[in-house]
Design a protein around this ligand. Sequence first.
Ligand SMILES: [Zn+2]
Length: 231
Amino acid sequence: MFYYMYNTMISIRCQTTYAIIPAMKLKNRAAALFGIGIVLFMGYVLYLSLKPPIDVVIQAGHEGRVRGNTGSETATLREELWNIQVANTAAKQLEAWGIEVKRVPADTSLIRAKVAVAIHFDGAKVPCLSGASVGYPDNNASYTFAQHWKVLYKPYFPFKWHEDNFTDNLKHYYGFNWIKAKKFVVLELGELTCPKQTAWLQPRLEALGKLVAYAIAVELGKEVPKPKFTL
Ligand SMILES: [Zn+2]
């Protein structure tokens, strides 16, 4: 009897031990994987911080978005397409001047740049209540860049201008978290839902792209010819 009880106890203990060992192994493996993940992530962050920033990032607002904030639109016009056209023209012009550019859509991975610009056109519930504006993160370099842009664009754009950062969207622009740039400005180039403004804007989208490129090049300290912009 005693022998039987002893054997049973041994057996129970062994079974318990066998059950614990695989669980511990599994836990250890998960911990090791987690550790490797952390190390890889830190390595990636270090790599990004050591990599020199590229000259320019140009983002076409809402590009590639199929849900959420997909941008303004009317029966015939879509903001996203205008943003893409202006952003592509600006990028092409900068490249022609020998400036390094990365064109990004609305969603991007973490990227560092000296200058970043996001292209947008506004929409309004009551047509023609909006117009052009600028948004920027809270730093002097971005503020100054935004003021330079206004000085450049104001003599051309014959419609309403809003005060800076006039919506929460502009002040806390989602791209500020992903595109790390010393100078970052979000440009609302006009109102897509105002026929008067779109009649003026549409034939000037290419010229607008070149004007944006010029503003960026000047910000980088490059000497480039000022593009022609007809009123
Ligand atoms: Zn937009």
